[in-house]
Design a protein around this ligand. Sequence first.
Ligand code: AMP
Length: 590
Amino acid sequence: MLFKELASYYEQLDSVSSRLKMIEILTELFKRAKPDEVSNIVYITQGVLAPPFEGIEFGMAEKMVEEAIAIATGFTKGDIEKEYKKQGDMGKAAQLIKEKSKLKRLSSKEFAVNEVYETMRKIAATSGEGSKDTKIKMLANLVAASTPLEAKYVVKYPLNELRMGVGDATVLEALSVIGTGDRKFKSELENAYNLCSDLGLVAESIAKGGEKAIRNFKITLFKPIRPSLAERLPTAEEILEKMHGKCEVEQKYDGFRCQIHKQGHRVKIFSRRLEDTTHMYPDLVEAVQKEVKAESVILDGEAIAYNEKTQEFLPFQETIQRKRKHGIEEKIEEMPLKLFAFDVMYLNGENYMVRPYHERRETLRKILKGYTLLVSGSITATTPKQLENYFEESIENGLEGIIAKELNAQYIAGARKFSWIKLKRSYKGALSDTLDLVIVGYFLGRGTRAEFKFGGLLCATYNKKRDMFETISRIGSGFTEKQMVELKEALDKIKVKAKPPRVDSLVEPDFWVSPRYVVTIKADEITKSPMHTCGRDGGEFGYALRFPRLVGEEEAIRKDKSVEEATTTKEVIEMYSQQKRVSVGSQEEN
Ligand code: AMP
């Protein structure tokens, strides 16, 4: 496929306002592509070069891209800068400048999608001394050979601005249609995706091997499995009831989620966001090499800082100090980690995810007899009292709470299901949990905020079933001045003219933005409101927040969370019903 065709599909995607239409366009696009182009198209459409665990970044700042456009068009950097300020979008600026440029296109050769992708990979791979100029030159060559429309997307890509607002679920639906003719195959595709976390690979598999390849999809060592997540319930009684009267209750450690892959001596550790974080943990890598009795294995666990002298777990605020690029060795001395393994998904060539939890746990005990790597603490509970006592004991030991696990459940990748249920310290009060919300728009500042040109955010939850973002609140407080500047700057880059297709909103902010960033919000209560679409489901009222405010004084944007990891509408509905029960309970006590 020629890049110019892809660019015209992107123009179409940019102009639609419904998700269904989006799926149609994507389906058409995937059908037109050759099987060996589909995976690259998936990456480009999501604005990335590879899945997150490969850690491949473009390494191009705005100024470098401006310089490349200048070289390619004969305009000065000042001209480009001016046009960029005017348009607020580098892609659009490049397109307009190309139209005006008197320099002829470098060659009349039309280039293919895979050629553009390969050049971008080369740009990303160029590092070290003199790499800045080489990168600029490579991009300039591409821009010079582009038509104005191609230039728009060629420029947006390395700036991480080429995300077409297409979510994973939307891509999977479109792939289902090309593979089988209808959208029903999506769940099998999702299973494959859950096993490898690589949407490009799933796309290539269906394009080349059809349904069969997806049904036979296997776990691959060093490609992370999408982690299992926990549901929540407010009381021990409800947890046990949901677990049919018996469950294992594990301690809940508040540290870093670590998915460990080992084959022979080779070890990699992935984060909850599926990034390769091996470099952060030389001590754990060594421990895995020494302490795990298995040739090849995939483990799930939590790493937490531990004070050997006082035998205490350290709070997350301390453990987080291990997240650093430099001075890792000193911190290891000062703050050694323990890794509490709580699951095993793969062992010596065999998929363990399908085995029952109690068996996986047995296996864990057999293969880990370590000093740094331990099996998470647990008891088997058959009464609420046992569960509660263990919860209290865990809190006393400085932990966050417990996670109850269903004894016969499989490992459920990539989903929040009731086979894991958490009970956290903070649950007792009404809405003491925070929400991670997606920014979908912002308001201009008025009064004292006028100078920042920023007056608050329009935030949404993620409705997984609809693959849509539903508004829940306007957030106007809790911002420091620094955060307002940071937000305004980041949001200005992702402003869009109209409501993005995956956003469902009745409120009209001053500016819409592509759903890209997550913020953490605290509120006093979840209420019902006719203003918001969260959980409205066609009815009159949605859910809203009372006294919402931004949490934290550091960076406002949660770089560790993707929008699909934000609080879901389903979670809000559950929190709402739990909150009701808590308040009913406290009234009875009065
Ligand atoms: P939360 O982040 O509050 O949704 O809780 C789920 C997280 O708890 C998981 O992603 C893990 O990082 C962490 N965790 C700590 N201890 C355990 C455990 N024993 N079992 C499962 N997850 C745990």
